[in-house]
Design a protein around this ligand. Structure first.
Ligand SMILES: [Zn+2]
Length: 420
């Protein structure tokens, strides 16, 4: 009898996303299995099939009864700024009492305040904060997570922050994807010199294999399309994969730069002209939409979801967790996506699993329930996939399996970060 480490059985509805990443996720093509079971060994999924068959076929030391509930791939958070120190709850309140963003900046608030707090923190403190957040995410079903730098400002320090993200990745059962982000330029000083020193940081991050991705915030108050192009080109030459923040606040042509550069993912797009969707489709770029960021920014604009769909651009959704948008769970982003972006329930689920994995270059690794894939699975306190978004507002993850290990059981996190 073949041996497994773990079997999850009696799954009422298992969404496998057999067909891979897609611009048009639907219940018909999502590979839904009834009364299914999943066997895990060595951190991976080894078999998916009917409960009766898997139970008869495998011996395993650990069995999880899903109680006829819904199970899906582990969630993939494709966009986070989880490495930061400090908080900005006073600005949140001031904004709601009528203060404008420029007033908040003038008081020394906003992103530069987070940069100050982050730069003042020790390596150990930053690692502790990041791990705490990663485990919070794990509790909500996030088993793969992208984490960006971007609050060090000084390029050499950004590289050191990448090494903290790498270290955290070794201390959690999640797969952590580290991204070097050119977030904002310094408030004063020579921009050209800053770009040059950031290029050196890109080369160092690639040489030391600290980053998988390079990302640049191309927008008003951040980097221009020309500066973004120069940085993306350097990162491409250094062998890093590319992603981008574009068209969030003001349209300056950044999404077209993303298409030309051949990024894996272009994120935000709140003010993208709908006709740019064709260029993204041609360049096979995934659109990373961030619905909780729209809420946090109290923004009226919405990304052109209909045009993205029609053009055939796969849509992913991320949490955009950062001190100005304190939503650590990809699950929350999925839950609000139908209400804010008008995604269907299946589109919202695909956006935080199979399409999110594609946006991180993890197509054959994560985001699906299939033999050979990472051993990630979430059993939800839900009857079918529609209930994930139809009724919402609390953490519905009942069992979370990460790299073949049960890490959440009966809604309780049963693993702890070793540092604490
Ligand atoms: Zn972001």
């Amino acid at each position: 009898m073949p041996r497994a480490d773990l079997v999850v059985y009696n799954i009422g509805e298992l969404v496998t996303f057999r067909g891979g990443p897609t611009p048009r996720p639907s219940p018909e093509t999502a590979g839904i299995l009834r009364n299914a079971a999943v066997a895990f060994r060595g951190g991976r999924i080894i078999e998916v099939g009917p409960t009766g068959w898997i139970r008869a076929r495998y011996s395993a030391p650990e069995w999880v009864d899903a109680g006829s509930r819904l199970a899906t791939p582990g969630l993939v958070d494709m966009h986070t700024h989880a490495l930061f120190a400090g908080s900005r709850e006073d600005e949140f309140e001031a904004k709601l009492m009528g203060a404008s963003y420029s007033e908040i900046l003038a008081r020394g608030g906003g992103i530069y305040r987070t940069i100050e707090a982050t730069r003042r923190s020790s390596r150990r403190e930053l690692l502790r904060l990041l791990l705490e957040r990663l485990y919070r995410m794990l509790e909500g079903g996030t088993t793969v997570v992208e984490v960006k730098t971007g609050y060090a400002l000084e390029p050499r320090l950004e590289v050191e922050h990448l090494s903290i993200i790498r270290e955290a990745g070794g201390l959690t059962p999640q797969l952590v994807v580290p991204t070097l982000l050119a977030h904002v330029p310094p408030r004063e000083g020579d921009r050209g010199a800053y770009i040059e020193s950031f290029k050196a940081a890109i080369r160092e991050a690639a040489r030391r294999r600290l980053a998988v991705y390079f990302d640049v915030f191309c927008d008003r108050g951040a980097f221009t399309p020309e500066e973004s192009k120069a940085l993306l080109l350097e990162a491409h030459r250094a062998g890093l994969r590319l992603r981008m923040h574009a068209d969030q606040l003001e349209y300056m042509g950044c999404s077209l730069v993303a298409a030309e550069a051949g990024v894996d993912s272009v994120d935000h797009l709140e003010v993208m002209p709908p006709e740019n969707a064709t260029a993204l489709a041609k360049a096979r770029v995934v659109a990373g939409l961030l619905p909780t960021s729209i809420l946090a920014m109290m923004q009226a604009e919405r990304p052109p979801v209909d045009s993205l769909r029609r053009a055939g651009v796969p849509i992913a959704v991320g949490s955009d967790y950062n001190p100005n948008n304190m939503t650590p769970l990809a699950q929350t982003a999925m839950q609000v996506a139908p209400y804010i972006l008008k995604l269907t329930p299946m589109e919202a689920l695909a956006a935080v699993t199979v399409n999110a994995a594609a946006s991180l270059g993890l197509e054959g690794v994560s985001g699906r329930v299939a033999p050979g894939f990472r051993g990630d699975l979430v059993v939800w306190d839900a009857e079918d996939y529609r209930w994930l978004t139809y009724e919402w507002g609390w953490n519905k993850a009942l069992y979370v399996i990460a790299a073949g290990r049960v890490v959440v059981s009966e809604s309780r996190l049963i693993v702890k970060p070793v540092l604490m």
